[in-house]
Design a binder for this molecule. Structure first.
Ligand code: 5GP
Length: 213
Protein backbone atom coordinates (compact mmCIF):
# COMPACT_ATOMS: atom_id res chain seq x y z
CA UNK A 1 0.00 0.00 0.00
CA UNK A 2 1.31 3.48 -0.88
CA UNK A 3 1.63 5.65 2.23
CA UNK A 4 -0.72 8.62 2.28
CA UNK A 5 0.57 12.19 2.46
CA UNK A 6 -0.44 14.88 4.89
CA UNK A 7 -1.62 17.91 2.94
CA UNK A 8 -1.57 21.15 4.92
CA UNK A 9 -3.90 23.94 3.82
CA UNK A 10 -3.35 27.27 5.53
CA UNK A 11 -4.33 30.90 5.03
CA UNK A 12 -5.44 33.91 7.01
CA UNK A 13 -8.98 33.69 8.38
CA UNK A 14 -11.36 34.44 5.50
CA UNK A 15 -8.90 33.17 2.88
CA UNK A 16 -11.53 30.69 1.72
CA UNK A 17 -9.70 27.47 2.61
CA UNK A 18 -12.77 25.79 4.13
CA UNK A 19 -14.80 26.24 0.93
CA UNK A 20 -11.86 25.21 -1.24
CA UNK A 21 -11.30 22.03 0.77
CA UNK A 22 -14.98 21.15 0.45
CA UNK A 23 -14.80 21.58 -3.34
CA UNK A 24 -11.59 19.55 -3.64
CA UNK A 25 -13.06 16.75 -1.51
CA UNK A 26 -15.94 16.67 -3.99
CA UNK A 27 -13.46 16.16 -6.84
CA UNK A 28 -11.27 13.68 -4.91
CA UNK A 29 -13.63 11.65 -2.71
CA UNK A 30 -10.81 9.36 -1.52
CA UNK A 31 -9.16 12.30 0.24
CA UNK A 32 -9.19 11.77 4.01
CA UNK A 33 -10.31 14.57 6.29
CA UNK A 34 -9.89 15.08 10.00
CA UNK A 35 -12.47 17.18 11.83
CA UNK A 36 -10.64 19.57 14.19
CA UNK A 37 -11.40 20.36 17.81
CA UNK A 38 -12.00 23.92 18.94
CA UNK A 39 -13.00 25.88 22.02
CA UNK A 40 -14.67 28.64 20.02
CA UNK A 41 -18.45 28.86 20.26
CA UNK A 42 -20.48 27.10 17.59
CA UNK A 43 -21.72 29.42 14.83
CA UNK A 44 -25.25 29.36 13.52
CA UNK A 45 -25.61 26.42 11.12
CA UNK A 46 -22.51 24.57 12.33
CA UNK A 47 -22.83 20.98 13.52
CA UNK A 48 -20.89 19.03 16.13
CA UNK A 49 -18.50 16.66 14.34
CA UNK A 50 -18.99 18.30 10.93
CA UNK A 51 -17.25 21.71 11.10
CA UNK A 52 -15.58 20.98 14.45
CA UNK A 53 -15.82 19.04 17.68
CA UNK A 54 -16.71 21.84 20.09
CA UNK A 55 -15.10 21.29 23.49
CA UNK A 56 -14.43 23.39 26.60
CA UNK A 57 -11.04 25.02 27.28
CA UNK A 58 -10.55 22.63 30.26
CA UNK A 59 -11.18 19.59 28.08
CA UNK A 60 -8.88 20.98 25.37
CA UNK A 61 -6.08 21.49 27.91
CA UNK A 62 -6.59 17.99 29.26
CA UNK A 63 -6.14 16.66 25.73
CA UNK A 64 -2.99 18.76 25.22
CA UNK A 65 -1.55 17.25 28.42
CA UNK A 66 -2.50 13.76 27.23
CA UNK A 67 -0.66 14.37 23.91
CA UNK A 68 -3.81 13.87 21.85
CA UNK A 69 -3.07 16.52 19.20
CA UNK A 70 -0.92 16.27 16.09
CA UNK A 71 -0.78 20.07 16.35
CA UNK A 72 -2.74 22.75 18.15
CA UNK A 73 -2.69 26.52 18.45
CA UNK A 74 -4.41 29.42 20.08
CA UNK A 75 -5.89 31.27 17.12
CA UNK A 76 -7.60 34.65 17.62
CA UNK A 77 -8.19 33.77 21.31
CA UNK A 78 -9.50 30.19 20.96
CA UNK A 79 -7.84 26.80 20.83
CA UNK A 80 -7.91 24.75 17.63
CA UNK A 81 -6.27 21.35 17.18
CA UNK A 82 -5.95 18.32 14.91
CA UNK A 83 -6.57 14.99 16.62
CA UNK A 84 -3.73 12.49 16.38
CA UNK A 85 -6.16 9.55 16.60
CA UNK A 86 -8.32 10.85 13.70
CA UNK A 87 -5.24 11.46 11.56
CA UNK A 88 -3.92 7.96 12.23
CA UNK A 89 -7.28 6.46 11.31
CA UNK A 90 -6.96 8.00 7.81
CA UNK A 91 -3.29 7.07 7.38
CA UNK A 92 -4.01 3.48 8.37
CA UNK A 93 -6.12 3.20 5.23
CA UNK A 94 -3.24 4.53 3.06
CA UNK A 95 -5.19 7.62 2.03
CA UNK A 96 -3.97 11.22 1.82
CA UNK A 97 -5.14 13.42 4.68
CA UNK A 98 -6.03 17.07 4.15
CA UNK A 99 -5.92 19.35 7.19
CA UNK A 100 -7.06 22.94 7.51
CA UNK A 101 -4.85 24.71 10.01
CA UNK A 102 -3.74 28.23 10.84
CA UNK A 103 -0.14 29.23 10.14
CA UNK A 104 1.11 28.29 13.65
CA UNK A 105 -0.32 24.78 13.31
CA UNK A 106 1.18 24.45 9.82
CA UNK A 107 4.64 25.37 11.11
CA UNK A 108 4.33 22.84 13.96
CA UNK A 109 3.62 20.05 11.47
CA UNK A 110 6.49 21.18 9.21
CA UNK A 111 8.81 20.96 12.24
CA UNK A 112 8.25 17.20 12.44
CA UNK A 113 10.79 15.75 10.00
CA UNK A 114 9.10 12.33 9.91
CA UNK A 115 5.90 13.73 8.37
CA UNK A 116 7.15 15.26 5.06
CA UNK A 117 3.87 17.05 4.36
CA UNK A 118 2.79 18.90 1.23
CA UNK A 119 1.99 22.46 2.26
CA UNK A 120 -0.29 24.83 0.38
CA UNK A 121 -0.84 28.47 1.31
CA UNK A 122 -4.02 30.19 0.18
CA UNK A 123 -3.69 33.92 -0.42
CA UNK A 124 -6.63 36.25 -0.93
CA UNK A 125 -6.14 38.51 -3.99
CA UNK A 126 -5.69 41.55 -1.71
CA UNK A 127 -6.26 42.83 1.81
CA UNK A 128 -9.39 44.66 0.62
CA UNK A 129 -10.88 41.43 -0.73
CA UNK A 130 -10.08 39.61 2.52
CA UNK A 131 -11.77 42.35 4.54
CA UNK A 132 -14.80 42.34 2.24
CA UNK A 133 -15.15 38.53 2.48
CA UNK A 134 -14.80 38.45 6.26
CA UNK A 135 -17.28 41.31 6.65
CA UNK A 136 -19.78 39.73 4.24
CA UNK A 137 -19.84 36.36 5.97
CA UNK A 138 -20.83 38.20 9.18
CA UNK A 139 -19.80 35.39 11.52
CA UNK A 140 -17.71 37.60 13.85
CA UNK A 141 -18.56 40.63 15.93
CA UNK A 142 -16.65 43.87 15.29
CA UNK A 143 -13.89 43.06 17.83
CA UNK A 144 -13.29 39.55 16.48
CA UNK A 145 -13.27 40.86 12.92
CA UNK A 146 -10.61 43.41 13.85
CA UNK A 147 -8.50 40.71 15.56
CA UNK A 148 -8.69 38.46 12.50
CA UNK A 149 -7.78 41.30 10.12
CA UNK A 150 -4.93 42.46 12.36
CA UNK A 151 -3.54 38.91 12.57
CA UNK A 152 -3.72 38.55 8.78
CA UNK A 153 -0.79 40.97 8.32
CA UNK A 154 1.62 38.54 10.01
CA UNK A 155 -0.05 35.43 8.61
CA UNK A 156 0.37 36.37 4.93
CA UNK A 157 4.10 36.95 5.51
CA UNK A 158 4.45 33.23 6.28
CA UNK A 159 3.63 32.22 2.69
CA UNK A 160 7.34 31.67 2.01
CA UNK A 161 7.44 28.61 4.33
CA UNK A 162 4.99 26.70 2.11
CA UNK A 163 5.61 24.46 -0.91
CA UNK A 164 2.75 25.91 -2.98
CA UNK A 165 0.80 29.17 -3.13
CA UNK A 166 -2.71 29.51 -4.57
CA UNK A 167 -4.32 32.92 -5.02
CA UNK A 168 -7.98 32.38 -4.28
CA UNK A 169 -9.56 34.87 -6.66
CA UNK A 170 -11.85 32.53 -8.55
CA UNK A 171 -13.16 29.47 -6.66
CA UNK A 172 -13.24 27.03 -9.58
CA UNK A 173 -9.70 27.98 -10.72
CA UNK A 174 -8.34 27.69 -7.18
CA UNK A 175 -10.13 24.34 -6.73
CA UNK A 176 -8.55 22.95 -9.89
CA UNK A 177 -5.14 24.22 -8.83
CA UNK A 178 -5.39 22.55 -5.42
CA UNK A 179 -6.67 19.25 -6.84
CA UNK A 180 -3.85 19.30 -9.45
CA UNK A 181 -1.19 19.62 -6.75
CA UNK A 182 -2.67 16.66 -4.84
CA UNK A 183 -3.07 14.49 -7.95
CA UNK A 184 0.48 15.30 -9.15
CA UNK A 185 1.95 14.47 -5.74
CA UNK A 186 0.51 10.95 -6.01
CA UNK A 187 2.70 10.34 -9.06
CA UNK A 188 5.94 11.35 -7.33
CA UNK A 189 8.52 8.67 -8.05
CA UNK A 190 9.04 7.62 -4.44
CA UNK A 191 5.29 7.06 -4.06
CA UNK A 192 5.22 4.86 -7.16
CA UNK A 193 8.09 2.57 -6.16
CA UNK A 194 6.00 -0.50 -5.32
CA UNK A 195 3.93 -0.21 -8.52
CA UNK A 196 7.11 0.26 -10.58
CA UNK A 197 8.81 -2.72 -8.94
CA UNK A 198 5.96 -5.02 -9.94
CA UNK A 199 6.13 -3.80 -13.54
CA UNK A 200 9.92 -4.03 -13.73
CA UNK A 201 9.73 -7.64 -12.52
CA UNK A 202 7.87 -8.45 -15.73
CA UNK A 203 10.82 -6.98 -17.69
CA UNK A 204 13.17 -9.73 -16.47
CA UNK A 205 14.86 -10.67 -19.78
CA UNK A 206 15.76 -14.18 -18.56
CA UNK A 207 12.05 -15.03 -18.34
CA UNK A 208 11.33 -14.15 -21.96
CA UNK A 209 12.45 -15.99 -25.06
CA UNK A 210 12.59 -14.08 -28.29
CA UNK A 211 12.29 -15.84 -31.63
CA UNK A 212 15.50 -15.84 -33.64
CA UNK A 213 17.80 -15.12 -30.66
P1 5GP B 1 -12.65 29.63 12.32
O1 5GP B 1 -12.93 30.12 13.70
O2 5GP B 1 -12.83 30.74 11.30
O3 5GP B 1 -13.39 28.38 11.98
O4 5GP B 1 -11.10 29.26 12.26
C1 5GP B 1 -10.13 30.16 12.69
C2 5GP B 1 -8.75 29.71 12.22
O5 5GP B 1 -8.39 28.47 12.85
C3 5GP B 1 -8.69 29.44 10.73
O6 5GP B 1 -7.48 30.02 10.23
C4 5GP B 1 -8.68 27.95 10.66
O7 5GP B 1 -8.03 27.47 9.52
C5 5GP B 1 -7.88 27.61 11.88
N1 5GP B 1 -8.05 26.20 12.25
C6 5GP B 1 -9.12 25.39 12.03
N2 5GP B 1 -8.89 24.15 12.51
C7 5GP B 1 -7.63 24.17 13.00
C8 5GP B 1 -6.79 23.18 13.62
O8 5GP B 1 -7.14 22.02 13.81
N3 5GP B 1 -5.55 23.59 14.01
C9 5GP B 1 -5.10 24.87 13.83
N4 5GP B 1 -3.86 25.15 14.24
N5 5GP B 1 -5.86 25.82 13.26
C10 5GP B 1 -7.10 25.47 12.85
Amino acid sequence: MVAGKLIIISSPSGGGKGTLIKEVRGLLPDLGYSCSHTTRPKRFGEEEGREYYFISPDEFERRIEAGEFLEYANVHGNYYGTSLAESRKVFNTGRDLIVEVDVQGALQIMDKPEIEPISIFILPPSFEVLRARLTARATEDADELRTRLRNSFNEVMQYSKFDYVIVNEDLSTATRQMASIIIASRQQRDRQESAVRGILDSFDASRHLFEGE
